[in-house]
Design a protein around this ligand. Structure first.
Ligand code: CP
Ligand code: NVA
Length: 315
C-alpha cells in the first residue's frame, strides 16, 4: 500500500496485518511502542475542524517516535491559490507523509499523484476510511475474542446505516462492507440515497453494488449486528441543516428502533453526535453503545496504518 485514500487500498494480506497490529498496539499501549517513525515528520493538512482525527494522529505519530506537524490550509499558500500539486511536491521535500482532511476527494487523489511520500485520507466529503477501519476493528475485537480472526469475524454480519446515506460515512460503509464481506442496509429519505459516485467507485473496482437501500428504517435494522448513524448535516452542509433535519427525522436512532435490531446489536456513531437529532441520548448511553471505543480505536488503528505505510515506503 503506497497511499491510504480509500478502504480498498489495503490488500487482503495488509488488511489482516493492520488489524492484528492495531490489536497489538492497543494491548501494549503505555509500554514501549516500536519507533517506526523515528526521525520522521508527518504533516497533517486540514481544511475542516477535527477533534478525534487530529488528536489521535498527533498522539499516534508521537507514540511511534515521529513528529506531527499540524498545518491549517489557510495558513499555507494553498489557501491563497498555490496548486495542490506544487503543495504536494514541496511538502514531499520536507516531510515523510501527508495526512489530509478536506472537502473534495479529488484533491486528496491529486495530492497523492503529485507527492513522493504516502498520503492518508483523514476525511473527505466522499470517504472517511480511517473511521471505518476503526469501527470495523471495534466490532471485531468483540466478535473475534482474544487471539481470534479479527477480519474474519466481520464476514456475514449485518450493518444498518440510518439517515444521510449519500455522504462520506455511508459511502465508506458501502466500500467497507464490500471489503469485509458484511451485509449493509441503508435507510434514509430517497433524495439522500447513495449516489452515482460510489456506484462508479464500486464498478471501477469490479465490485458488485451489494448494499440495499430502503426508505423503511425498521426493515433496515431488522437482524442488524450494528446500528450506525452520523450527523444529518455534515461539515460544509450547515446551510441545509433545517431541511435535512426535517427530512431525516423518521430515521433517528431511537431506543425503540435500536430495540428492533438483534438483541446483542452494537450502536455506533463516528461522533461528534447531536443528541436529540440523529440519535437519542438513551441510545448513546445504552451499554451496547460503543461510540467511545470507536473513538479510542482511531488511535490504535491509525498507528497500525502509519506503521504499514512506513514499511511500504522503505521497500
Ligand atoms: N469522527 C471524526 O472524524 O471526528 P473528528 O471530526 O473530531 O475528527
Ligand atoms: N459526516 C461527518 C463526519 C464527521 C466525522 C462530516 O463530514 O462532517
Amino acid at each position: 500500500m503506497k497511499h491510504f485514500l480509500k478502504e480498498t487500498d489495503c490488500t487482503s494480506a495488509e488488511l489482516s496485518e493492520v488489524f492484528a497490529q492495531a490489536r497489538e498496539f492497543k494491548a501494549t499501549r503505555g509500554r514501549a511502542t516500536p519507533a517506526v517513525l523515528a526521525g520522521q515528520t508527518w504533516a497533517l493538512l486540514f481544511s475542516k475542524s477535527s477533534t478525534r482525527t487530529r488528536v489521535s494522529f498527533e498522539v499516534g505519530i508521537h507514540e511511534l517516535g515521529g513528529n506531527p506537524l499540524f498545518l491549517n490550509r489557510n495558513d499555507l499558500q494553498l489557501g491563497r491559490g498555490e496548486s495542490v500539486e506544487d503543495t504536494a511536491r514541496v511538502l514531499s521535500r520536507f516531510v515523510h507523509g501527508l495526512i489530509v482532511r478536506t472537502h473534495e476527494h479529488s484533491d486528496v487523489q491529486r495530492l497523492a499523484a503529485a507527492a513522493s511520500v504516502p498520503v492518508v485520507n483523514a476525511l473527505t466529503d466522499f470517504l472517511h476510511p480511517c473511521q471505518i477501519y476503526s469501527d470495523a476493528f471495534t466490532a471485531a475485537e468483540r466478535w473475534a475474542g482474544p487471539g481470534g480472526d479479527l477480519v474474519g469475524s466481520l464476514r456475514g454480519r449485518k450493518v444498518a446505516y440510518l439517515g444521510d446515506t449519500s455522504f462520506n460515512m455511508a459511502n465508506s460503509w458501502i466500500l467497507g462492507a464490500s471489503l469485509f464481506g458484511m451485509k449493509l442496509a441503508l435507510a434514509g429519505p430517497p433524495e439522500y440515497a447513495p449516489g452515482p459516485a460510489i456506484r462508479a467507485q464500486l464498478a471501477a473496482e469490479g465490485r458488485a453494488a451489494d448494499y440495499h437501500f430502503t426508505t423503511d428504517p425498521v426493515a433496515a435494522v431488522r437482524d442488524a449486528d450494528i446500528v450506525y448513524t452520523d450527523v444529518w448535516a455534515s461539515m460544509g452542509q450547515e446551510d441545509e441543516a433545517a431541511e435535512r433535519l426535517a427530512r431525516m427525522r423518521p430515521y433517528a436512532a431511537t431506543a425503540q428502533l435500536f430495540a428492533a435490531a438483534r438483541p446483542d446489536a452494537l450502536f455506533m456513531h463516528c461522533l461528534p453526535a447531536h443528541p436529540g437529532e440523529e440519535v437519542e441520548q438513551a441510545v448513546l448511553d445504552n451499554p451496547r453503545s460503543v461510540v467511545f471505543d470507536q473513538a479510542e480505536n482511531r488511535l490504535h488503528m491509525q498507528k497500525a496504518l502509519l506503521a504499514q505505510l512506513a514499511k511500504s515506503a522503505r521497500r
